[in-house]
Ligand binder design. Sequence first.
Ligand SMILES: CC(C)(COP(=O)(O)OP(=O)(O)OC[C@H]1O[C@@H](n2cnc3c(N)ncnc32)[C@H](O)[C@@H]1OP(=O)(O)O)[C@@H](O)C(=O)NCCC(=O)NCCS
Length: 150
Amino acid sequence: MRRADCAALAEIESSYPSPWSASRIVSELICPRGIALVAEKKGMVVGWCCARFIDTEAELLKIAVDPSYRRIHVGTRLMAEIISCLTRWGVVTIFLEVRAANYPAIHFYGTMGFVQAGVRRGYYREPVEDGLLLGLNVTEHAKADDEREP
Ligand SMILES: CC(C)(COP(=O)(O)OP(=O)(O)OC[C@H]1O[C@@H](n2cnc3c(N)ncnc32)[C@H](O)[C@@H]1OP(=O)(O)O)[C@@H](O)C(=O)NCCC(=O)NCCS
C-alpha cells in the first residue's frame, strides 16, 4: 500500500458501515509494527487489508473489497498474502473482531480457517452490537493447506 492509494481506499471504505477516515487509513502506512496491502485489478485499487503484530501475535484490523469486485476471491488473495507475510515474520496466531451480524464476513473468515475464540458484548457502536473474536493458528492453517494439496 502506498500513500497514493489512500483516496481509492477511502472510497471503498465508504461502501459499507463504520468506514475508516482517510487519516485513519494513512496511519496504517506509518505504523512500525504494521502491514498494509492493496489488491489491484488492471491498475485499479479494488481492496485492501491491514494488520498489526507483536512477537507471535497479530491483529487483523481491516479487510475490505470494492463491492463491484466481491465474490471473485480478491479477499481470499489478500488474506492469503497477509497471512504469508505475517508467518514469515514469526506470527503464530492472528486475531480479529467482526460484528456479530456481519454474516458474509463471518462466512468468509470461516473459509480461511478462523474459528470463534470469544464474544465481546456491546463491542461495536453505531449500532451497538456484539463483536465476535475470531482466531487463526497459522501453523495449523498451513498444515491443513498442505493436506489439501493433491
Ligand atoms: C468480507 C469481504 C472482504 C470478502 O471479500 P471477497 O473478495 O468478496 O471474498 P471472496 O470472493 O474471497 O470469498 C471467499 C469465500 O468467502 C465466502 N463469502 C464471501 N462473501 C460472502 C457472502 N457475501 N456471503 C456468503 N459467503 C461469502 C464464500 O465462501 C466465498 O467463496 P465462494 O465465492 O467461492 O463461495 C467483502 O465481502 C467485504 O469487503 N465486505 C465489507 C467489509 C467487511 O465487512 N469487512 C470485514 C470487517 S470485520
